[in-house]
Ligand binder design. Structure first.
Ligand SMILES: [Zn+2]
Length: 170
């Protein structure tokens, strides 16, 4: 399974691309670019041969496409890796951890919610902020929960954990 991310950031805003060039920087086939053109990827001039693409327009098109595909996760849901879907958690299984990590020398507080998927029972994790936590607990009608401090982790490890979560939830 797995998926390849299209390296959108390889595109330069102020550059004009020919189709094979664009395919190369985006690591896709020319036929994929053709497919996008049919679906609305803007070209500079439809009648020109070869076709030229404006970097900024391509970037915008791909970012929009990416956004519309993103799974929208509600505040009370966690992403279940087994179901491959956002799921509610079993209220009784919810545990909340307090984390912190260093980002450019700034210490950032975050919250890790762990629980069991209501559908398949797998352990699922959601990284969140203190602000979001209230809405989360409210949904499950939890008015008191102990927040477990995770003190053991070094800043580097904390950062690693945060990053790997981002990959999972996107
Ligand atoms: Zn599940």
């Amino acid at each position: 399974m797995g998926f390849k991310k299209i390296p959108i950031t390889n595109i330069h805003n102020n550059k004009t691309y020919k189709m094979p060039e664009l395919a190369k920087v985006l690591k896709v086939c020319v036929s994929t670019i053709w497919n996008w053109v049919q679906k609305g990827l803007p070209v500079i001039n439809r009648d020109s041969k070869p076709l030229y693409f404006d970097g900024h327009a391509v970037k915008e098109y791909l970012l929009k496409k990416h956004k519309s595909r993103k799974i929208f996760m509600q505040d009370h849901e966690c992403f279940c890796v087994k179901c491959r879907k956002p799921r509610e958690v079993v209220a009784e299984s919810i545990k909340v951890f307090s984390l912190g990590y260093l980002d450019k020398n700034k210490f950032i507080r975050s919250i890790k919610i762990v629980g069991h998927c209501i559908r398949c029972g797998s352990t699922i994790v959601r990284f969140s902020t203190e602000g979001l936590l209230f809405g989360f607990l409210d949904y499950y009608m939890i008015n008191r929960i102990d927040i477990i401090e995770s003190k053991k982790q070094t800043p580097a490890r904390r950062k690693g954990i945060h990053k790997s979560n981002e990959r999972e939830s996107n």
